[in-house]
Design a protein around this ligand. Structure first.
Ligand code: PRP
Ligand code: MN
Ligand code: MG
Length: 184
């Protein structure tokens, strides 16, 4: 599938599976099964986080519930305005809950830093982040991310939720895109 478009496999299906299990074990230690705050609430950021979120939920040995948010950045991705618009908000109130934001990737960190600020105003009992991937620029945004799967180089990656023009999300692995695909 998409054969001529993928330059290389950066992270294989097996590596994703192993890392997800590792992250799940670490996360599960911090949240008791019968927490007074209720089940851990996973907040997935549409659409990229969907694949990681569903695999993580199934790897976690504690009960979790799911909410989703869809956001979009104003203007170009290179702008540092950090202005984000909510396309779809959470369905439920998160006050008093243990909340774990689930992301597929932190690139500039703008989406996440905005989301952290926004969700923290809703008074969750705790607010943390897990991301499968992190790019080098994320360091500049200074967002506290407790759990990172892989630090990756500044390359254009697709698959396992990550898209280029909405394509390639359905690849089971993470790969780099041939520059010819995006006109490079
Ligand atoms: C991507 C990715 C993260 C965000 C990271 O989402 O899934 O949510 O960008 O970028 P940042 O750290 O520079 O803010 P995108 O906006 O492409 O939407 P999508 O998840 O629907 O692909
Ligand atoms: Mn996204
Ligand atoms: Mg995208």
């Amino acid at each position: 599938m998409y054969e001529g478009d993928i330059a290389s496999v950066l992270i294989s299906e097996e590596e994703i599976r192993e890392k997800t299990a590792e992250l799940a074990a670490i996360i599960a230690e911090r949240y008791p099964v019968d927490a007074p705050e209720g089940d851990l609430l996973l907040v997935g950021v549409l659409k990229g986080a969907v694949f990681f979120m569903t695999d993580l939920a199934r790897a976690l040995p504690i009960p979790t519930q799911m909410e989703f948010m869809a956001v979009s950045s104003y203007g170009s991705s290179t702008s540092s305005s950090g202005v984000v618009r909510i396309l779809k908000d959470l369905d439920k109130d998160i006050a008093g809950r243990n909340v774990l934001i689930v992301e597929d990737i932190i690139d500039s960190g703008l989406t996440l830093s905005w989301l952290m600020r926004n969700l923290s105003t809703r008074n969750p009992a705790s607010l943390e982040v897990v991301t499968l991937l992190r790019k080098p620029d994320a360091v500049k945004a200074d967002v506290p991310v407790a759990n990172v799967g892989f630090d990756i180089p500044n390359e254009f990656v697709v698959g396992y939720g990550l898209d280029y023009a909405e394509r390639y999300r359905d690849l089971p692995y993470i790969g780099t895109l041939e520059p010819t695909v995006y006109g490079g």
